[in-house]
Design a binder for this molecule. Sequence first.
Ligand code: ZN
Length: 303
Amino acid sequence: MSVLKSASTRIQNAMTIDVEDYFQVSAFDKHITRDEWSSYQPRVENSTRRLLDLFAEANVSATFFVLGWVAERFPVLMRDIFAQGHEIASHGPMHERVSSLTPEEFKRGVSATKQRLEDITGAEVIGYRAPSFSIGPEQTWAWDILAETGHRYSSSIYPGQLDHYGFPGAPRTAFRVQGCNLLEIPVSTLDVFKQRLPIGGGGYFRLLPYGAFSAGIRRLNRGDGMPAMFYLHPWEIDPGQPRVSGLSRKTHFRHYLNLHRTEPRLRRLLAEFSWARVIDVYDIDAQPAVSKWNANCIPSATG
Ligand SMILES: [Zn+2]
């Protein structure tokens, strides 16, 4: 049995948005503390509404992984996202990397965020994405907690190694985590000449020429028979955002690169491929297990 729902020849891809403001990204952690967040003028509502307009024009439904901090401040936006047929999922409360939390802190945070989102929209929340794809080999306990707290899928790993995150050795395809009832859907990668390349979105969507990126998605769909798990942030279509000072050259480059090009590129991407919510693309509860990959999520077995 496949985990993919699409019966047509054209593969449906998962369009996902990580709803956080420009000053909340992990790369700014050293420059802006969480206590300082409230002193910034939020821009997330406007840029998220802009995304909603683009999705409406393209007739695309998407999954929004919302930060608890944002949901708390913009409940009307949450209800509007949901009312327009999109899926609301969780991005945790305060954008802490899973690796920086104890299992108890993680559990408190994901439970509270799920509950809050459900109170706001009145709909069950079953999806979660870890900030910065921060479930790695040392954080497999997090899957167990996600299942225990009523989440049914997670999209929280990069199945390879990038400079500050990754889960080397994990499958590229969606897999059911053995030992708990949870589907993990890794962000998209491509294997080219024995190299695993990121093709999931975010900074790489802004860095690569559009043609190269879309060729990657085509290869995923046609060559590998896999849907793309694509992600973007509202701030990535907001070239007018205030510049944060004191950043390293690398961080500055990564954050501000091609912001003005993202919206036109996204329009092309929406038109060129078929996109849907995570819950439309994947059969979340498909049984039996979709992968033999043995990621043991039982805390006693992983320490
Ligand atoms: Zn994030």
